[in-house]
Design a protein around this ligand. Structure first.
Ligand code: NDP
Ligand code: MG
Length: 383
């Protein structure tokens, strides 16, 4: 049997761990061609050795701090600007699981590859906006979303039951779903990076706590599935068994139910539903806690309200929302701003941006760069 040749960008992260766990169980079917990290070269080399990977990529700066690691056995790609060269004629699947906006240029290159891409990174999809689908279609690159909600939508839409009226995604609620305003005001960094259900990287864990993750996912769904702001919404579902619902005109909704385990959506990248089985994943609804659903309180979690505003505005607004979040989460992770200030400052900075600049309906990459420069030079952080 021909093995599925796979390149994993972001192999040392939480999504990377889930991908590797699937590969470990299916070594006869999957070959890893290349793996990358930012600075965690030790873990990357451990992965490369275990899975017999020949190509490794990392950011140049990590070499100096890892001088003792012997890289002679590998073909080395020592900067993210070279990572796209890891894809070869033989590559079947590319996994894009580097976090944040930094890998935008890499994504633009691999969108031209004509390969099958499993994309976990939502930040880059939002910033590219309609250009994301435009480029993937132009170069016949097949996109499979890995975010659990979007992966569910992708499979549900393949049912072709007709045109959906709307789509609902669910949010587990994060660690502070039941917190009041006073409690939210006192949240510490250590609390915000711990999610009650999912074990994820720091940025997305903070995003889940502020509900920015759900706000970003709503915009991600807009661009992936070409929806307007009235066709997508989100509700809280603490048990995280139902990930998305497709709602039809006649009152019917379809949904995919599965345990909250990223290996399930990721496995759909490699195997058809009926070709992949694992006892661990079997869902027994009689043994799961009651499934609950709630509206999201936009007063305590204003990220949702702002998200619909930026979607209505369109143009560069969703990117600005996304970029501000990236900068402010970074400041929070450095303990320089409070948890509650992340979304508060996003709103203040958005207002400030549009008081001084007009919106651009279809921003080019140069426009995006200029927007980022303006924000970098004018960012309000409470001082
Ligand atoms: P992690 O922080 O756990 O991992 C990020 C990965 O990207 C690591 O391999 C990291 O390397 C690498 N990386 C980070 N910055 C750079 C850089 N500048 N250059 C090269 N490589 C870099 O994140 P997650 O796995 O949690 O998330 C990855 C993406 O998937 C995010 O966009 C997130 O929104 C999305 N996602 C994640 C989910 C999850 O369950 N974790 C669910 C749905 C979506 P190093 O280890 O060296 O730092
Ligand atoms: Mg998700």
């Amino acid at each position: 049997m021909k093995k599925i040749n796979t390149v994993i960008y972001g192999a040392t992260g939480s999504i990377g761990d889930s991908v590797l766990s699937i590969v470990r169980e299916n070594k006869q079917a999957i070959n890893i061609e290349g793996v990358t990290c930012d600075t965690n070269l030790k873990k990357l080399c451990r992965i490369a050795k275990f899975y017999n990977v020949k190509k490794i990529g990392f950011n140049e700066k990590s070499i100096s701090s890892n001088k003792k690691i012997n890289l002679n056995d590998y073909k080395v790609f020592d900067d993210i600007s070279n990572f796209h060269q890891m894809i070869s004629n033989k590559t079947d699947i590319v996994i894009f699981a580097i976090s944040g906006l930094l890998p935008l240029q890499l994504l633009l290159k691999i969108l031209r590859s004509g390969k099958k891409i499993g994309i976990a990174n939502k930040e880059c999809i939002i910033t590219l906006g309609s250009k994301f689908n435009y480029f993937s279609k132009k170069y016949s690159t097949k996109i499979i979303p890995l975010d659990s909600e979007h992966n569910s939508i992708y499979h549900l839409l393949s049912d072709k039951l007709g045109k959906p009226k709307s789509i609902t995604i669910t949010a587990s609620g994060g660690p502070f779903f039941k917190f009041n305003k006073r409690q939210l005001n006192n949240v510490k960094l250590s609390q915000a990076v711990r999610h009650p259900i999912w074990n994820m990287g720091k940025k997305i864990s903070v995003d889940s706590a502020t509900m920015m993750n759900k706000a970003l996912e709503i915009i991600e769904a807009k661009y992936l599935f070409d929806l307007n702001h009235q066709e997508i919404n989100a509700i809280i579902h603490p048990q995280a068994i139902v990930h998305a619902l497709i709602n039809y005109e006649n009152g019917t909704s379809t949904a995919i139910l599965n345990k909250p385990d990223m290996r399930i959506p990721i496995s759909s990248l490699f195997f058809n539903f009926n070709k992949f089985s694992s006892k661990e994943f079997l869902l027994d609804l009689t043994k799961t806690p009651n499934l609950e659903f709630f509206n999201i309180d936009q007063k305590r979690f204003p990220a949702l309200r702002i998200c619909f505003q930026v979607m209505k505005m369109g143009g560069a607004a969703p990117h600005i929302f996304n970029y501000l979040n990236e900068l402010l989460v970074d400041l929070f992770l450095q303990n320089r701003i409070k948890f509650i200030d992340i979304v508060k400052f996003i709103e203040i900075n958005l207002d400030m941006y549009f008081r001084n600049n007009s919106n651009i309906s279809d921003p080019t990459l140069v426009d995006l760069k200029n927007i980022n420069n303006w924000i970098d030079n004018n960012l309000y952080t409470g001082n």
